[in-house]
Ligand binder design. Structure first.
Ligand SMILES: Cc1cc2nc3c(=O)[nH]c(=O)nc-3n(C[C@H](O)[C@H](O)[C@H](O)COP(=O)(O)OP(=O)(O)OC[C@H]3O[C@@H](n4cnc5c(N)ncnc54)[C@H](O)[C@@H]3O)c2cc1C
Length: 384
């Protein structure tokens, strides 16, 4: 019997999990090729650590992908009915495609080229170099009070106590319940981060940022940790997308109207009854990748795929290497009363980061929390 050719586009948390599980569970009936622009896996959840110079977020994909998965280092430029076009001119044919292209920084603010983005490896690498060059008492302004901005500001402040680190945002930790926010504020203050909330950034310049109050805040190094976008690949290929450009799927992760395309991770929008509670996060990207693989295997076998069912666990924030904050959540992502704070939270967060890598290495054994039986309340898809 001919092998089913599966092309996985993107080797992030969803794509690597999907590719490895396809091979591990596919009983030699699948031929899997992963297409990714670089031969490295980027641990995006460590990019703030990478930028601060306390860890390396890139590791060879050869050490993470199953030995029977082929890697093609290229970017997919277009997806056609049964083939993809690669940059550099090549093409690959597929029987099934798994779309897992992830997310990147949204560059909505004028002058964003003057800021270093923490959302991808190139930006984090450039920021790492820049931080090392800054003189004592230089000002670093981090834009964005979400979890990524909080982690970045704290990490930089602890690693470079001689720099003046400021976090500028309209709100702080809006994804946490009100009762948990003061603790995070205190921890940022302990790290030496100056907080400036209630401020909307209207422009970024080489020497600082402009705010809605008409002020210029001077900055020697501006870090963008604002909102995130998805690549335009699905839209430009004529596939169905939501208003944010995410691939629209049914509740089994099969693309709407395209039975040979399955989606997983940040770049995908499953219907609300199974997906409204799923924040852009590796917490949802990895089970989506595993479920996407199971869906492809069911389609190959001519079976009906199962609906997606993922329960969230909580939000884990690192604040430097020795402090952290963990907010437990119900499966529908509404907060529980349980929190963990301090050194213990930092240890748990580090274990979570390591667990993601271990899970991708043992895809057959990987399990996740099922979704809540009740229909979850709609919440906007925010990063993490
Ligand atoms: C600093 C930071 C900290 C974070 N911390 C956490 C955290 O603590 N917990 C958590 O759950 N989440 C966290 N996140 C979010 C998390 O990293 C993302 O939600 C997660 O990476 C999404 O996984 P993914 O597989 O969908 O996409 P990604 O991991 O982004 O992978 C997508 C892959 O697709 C590739 N790709 C893109 N376009 C193409 C193309 N055209 N052709 C081929 N390949 C392509 C990309 O190069 C990339 O390798 C954090 C994010 C950041 C930036």
């Amino acid at each position: 019997m001919a092998l089913a050719r599966v092309v996985v586009v993107g080797a992030g948390y969803a794509g690597v999990m999907a590719a490895n599980r396809l091979v591990a569970m596919g009983r030699s009936g699948v031929d899997v090729t992963v297409v990714n622009p670089r031969a490295q896996f980027v641990e995006r959840i460590r990019l703030h650590e990478h930028a601060a110079g306390v860890s390396n977020a890139a590791r060879p994909l050869s050490g993470l992908l199953h030995r029977d998965v082929r890697l093609r280092v290229a970017a997919v430029e277009a997806i056609a009915e049964r083939s993809v076009r690669l940059d550099g001119g090549g093409a690959l044919e597929f029987d099934y495609l798994l779309y897992a292209v992830g997310s990147a920084a949204a560059r909505g603010v004028a002058g964003s080229e003057h800021a270093w983005s923490i959302a991808g490896l190139a930006g984090a690498e450039a920021l790492r170099t820049r931080l090392r060059q800054l003189p004592v008492r230089a000002r670093v302004v981090v834009i964005g009070g979400g979890l990524t901005g909080i982690e970045s500001a704290a990490e930089i402040a602890y690693r470079y106590p001689s720099l003046e680190v400021e976090l500028v945002s309209q709100s702080l930790a809006a994804s946490l319940p009100r009762s948990s926010r003061p603790a995070v504020e205190r921890k940022l203050a302990n790290a030496g981060v100056l907080l400036r909330t209630g401020v909307r950034v209207t422009g970024i310049r080489a020497d600082g940022i402009e705010t809605d109050a008409g002020r210029l805040l001077l900055s020697d190094c501006t870090v963008w940790a604002g909102s995130f976008d998805v690549p335009d690949l699905a839209r430009s290929s004529g596939l169905p997308v939501d208003s944010g450009g995410r691939l629209r799927t049914d509740d089994t992760l099969v693309c709407v109207g395209q039975r040979r395309i399955v989606g997983a991770g940040d770049a995908v929008a499953p219907p609300g009854h199974v997906g409204n509670h799923l924040r852009m996060s590796c917490q949802s990207a990895m089970p989506m990748g595993a479920h996407g693989a199971d869906t492809v295997l069911a389609l190959i076998r001519g079976e009906r795929p199962a609906p997606l069912s993922i329960g969230m666990v909580g939000q884990a924030i690192s604040l430097g290497r020795h402090d952290g904050f963990i907010q437990a959540a119900h499966r529908d992502d509404t907060p529980r009363k349980v929190v963990l704070s301090g050194r213990g939270a930092a240890v748990v967060k580090e274990r979570v980061c390591r667990f993601t890598i271990t899970s991708m290495r043992f895809p057959r054994a990987y399990r996740w929390l099922p979704g809540s039986p009740a229909v979850p309340a709609p919440t906007p898809a925010a990063l993490r």
